[in-house]
Write a protein that binds this ligand. Structure first.
Ligand code: NAD
Length: 268
């Protein structure tokens, strides 16, 4: 990823999947720009950024159109001053009310449903619209231009995972958005994909009732008989962001120790 510039949204702390991805991008030679959700996160994200040698930290709450637009114009100025373009965007953001991740799905409120969709699915569309123009146009010299946009999803989009509830529905919407965005942005050589990660212990995950049981159960059932390491999710993000992934778009890539192929298992 030498010479590439990547924007990573969704680092809250060192356990965030976005943090593992940002670290891997820097390891592979990319320049990384991080965002933080609000003032409460600013200091932590700035400390992490200096630890991993990220180039810049900018604010962005994805539920605010003005903040998404402001992020895009700050990035545009920065990229223009250095005569470069954006190559990769990682959307590693989700949110649902805690009560919607513990009570029966049928109890989901209209507001809780809309909130999960807004933060966890629509925001990818908003971020893609704001950042796609910052990627290079195809060059007269035959340079393909474009770039790579990716998001993080979970198996609960297509299978029922107890307590994942409204987030599963938001992930289904997110995955469909990946396909529509990939179709729309493909002619500009902008690829859009999702990585479906296995369960990883993060702040968001801890909001799901009985998450530790999900983690343990998955590690026993998955073909590789272990939990997912965020570093292996990050390595797949490197593949998608780099030229190695140049033929891949509109895909949901599972990095979950094989969990998604399993149906029914006989346990002792
Ligand atoms: P995390 O809590 O570390 O990250 C979630 C991020 O979303 C945080 O940085 C938070 O600030 C950000 N966010 C929430 N609302 C926001 C808003 N309005 N504006 C801007 N940012 C906002 O947890 P994580 O597990 O690293 O989650 C990252 C992504 O990975 C999510 O999409 C999650 O659904 C997905 N994922 C997680 C797992 C898992 O088991 N942890 C598995 C598969 C997919």
């Amino acid at each position: 990823m030498e010479g590439k510039v990547a924007l990573v949204l969704g680092v809250a702390n060192r356990w965030s999947i976005g943090h593992a991805i940002a670290k891997a991008f820097v390891r592979e030679g990319a320049e990384v720009i991080l965002t933080y959700q609000g003032d409460r996160q600013k200091q932590t994200v700035e400390e992490l950024a200096s630890e991993i040698k990220a180039r810049q930290v900018l604010p962005c709450d994805v539920t605010e159109d003005a903040q998404v637009d402001a992020l895009a114009s700050m990035l545009a100025n920065e990229l223009k001053s250095r005569d470069t373009a954006l190559n990769a965007v990682v959307h590693s953001i989700a949110f649902a009310n805690r009560e919607d991740l513990s009570r029966p799905f049928v109890e989901t409120s209209r507001a809780g449903f809309a909130l999960a969709q807004d933060v966890s699915a629509y925001s990818l569309v908003a971020v893609a619209r704001a950042t796609a123009p910052l990627m290079a146009a195809p060059g007269h010299d035959g340079a393909p231009g474009g770039g790579s946009i990716m998001t993080l999803t979970y198996l609960g989009s297509t299978r029922v995972v107890e307590n994942y509830n409204v987030m599963g529905v938001a992930k289904a919407s997110l995955e469909a958005s990946v396909r529509y965005l990939a179709a729309g942005l493909g002619p500009s050589n902008i690829r859009v994909n999702a990585i479906s990660a296995g369960a990883v212990k993060t702040t968001s995950a801890r909001g799901i009732r009985d998450f530790s049981k999900m983690l343990e159960g998955g590690a026993k059932l998955a073909p590789l008989r272990r939990a997912t390491d965020p570093v292996e999710v990050a390595d797949t993000a490197v593949f998608l962001a780099s030229d190695l992934g140049r033929g891949v778009t509109g895909n949901i890539i599972y990095v979950d120790a094989g969990m998604q192929i399993m149906g029914f298992a006989l346990t002792e």
